[in-house]
Design a protein around this ligand. Sequence first.
Ligand SMILES: Cc1ncc(COP(=O)(O)O)c(C=O)c1O
Length: 336
Amino acid sequence: MKPLPDLPGALEASIGLRVDQIDTPALVVDLDAMERNIARMADFARKHQVLWRPHAKMHKSAEIALLLQRAGAVGACVQKTAEAMAQAAPQARIDVLVEIDVGQGRCGVPPGEPALALAQAVARLTPLRFAGLHAYHGRAQHLHSAADRRDAIAAAVQAARHTRDLLTNAGLPVPLVTGSGTGTLVHEAASGVYGELQAGSFLFMDADYARNEREPAQPAFEQALFVKTQVISACSSHAVCDAGHKSHAIDSGLPTVALLPPGRALRYANGGDEHGVLYADGPQARLPALGQMLWLVPGHCDPTVNLHNFLIGVRGGLTAGVVERIIRVDARGALT
Ligand SMILES: Cc1ncc(COP(=O)(O)O)c(C=O)c1O
C-alpha cells in the first residue's frame, strides 16, 4: 500500500500490527463488519429498486465515499459544502432540491403550496435545475419503538406524496424524492414515493441505533466502529480506562462495552474528558484487570468520527486481526 503523505509516523508504523498492539485510545473500524454492512445496504437498495446516496457527514472520508460508490451508491450526501469540497470536485451544473419539513420541525418549507412556490422559483433560475424534493425526517431515526418510527414515516410519506403530486399537476415534474436514514429506511424504501435513501450510519452503527427495536425487514447492520481503550487503574470497586469524551461523543449517551464474555458485563460511567469509569454490571460480573484491552461502542457515530483525524482499519476481527490500513477523516472539522 502507498504510504499516505502526511500520515504521522507512529500511525504508519501501526500498519501490520496485531489489534492488541494498537495504542489507546484509538478509533478502530472492523473492516470486515463494515464491508458486510455495505453489502447488506447494496443488496437492500437493489431489491427495493431505490438509489442510495449515503450521508458522508458520518464517515467524512473520501476513501470510504469511493468504496460506497464502487458498491453501487450513486454519490455522497453531505451536510456542508466544505465536506463536499474535501471529498470531490464540485459540479458545474447545479441541481437543487427543495427541502420540505416532513415532521422534524427543523429545516425546510412546509409541504404543499409553499414547496410548490419555492420549486417554481428554483426552476426559473438558470443555471439551477429543480431536481426534486428533500424529505428527511431526522427525529424519526432514533425513535426506539418500531411502531413510532413507522407512524412518523407514514406521515412523512403522505406529505412527500402530496407535495410531489401537487408539483407534477402544476407542470413541474419531480425527478426524485430523497431522504431517509438508518432507522427508517425500510419504510421509505417501501413507500413508492422515495427514490433515494440517504442512510449513513448503517456503515458503522452506534449504541443509540442498537437501542432501536428492529423492524423485521431491516437489514441486520452490525457494529463496525469501536473505541479501543485499556484499563489504566483498578481497585476493588471499579476500574478506569483511558477513553473519555475526547475519544467519543456523548450527546446520545455514554458508550457501551462490547465483546465481553457472557456474564462479564461492564457499565461505562463518565470519568471526564480523558477517562471512563467501569463498574461490574451484574452479581457475577468481574472487573477487568489492569492493562486489559476493552472495546467501546460509541453512543453516536457521526460526532465521534469528527473527534479523530484517522480511523484504524482492522482486518480479521477484533480478537486476532491486524491493522490493514489507516483511513483519513478528510472532512474533519469541515463545518462551513
Ligand atoms: C439530511 C440527512 N440525511 C440522512 C442522514 C443519515 O442518517 P443516518 O446517519 O442516521 O443513517 C442524516 C443524518 O443526520 C441527515 O441529516
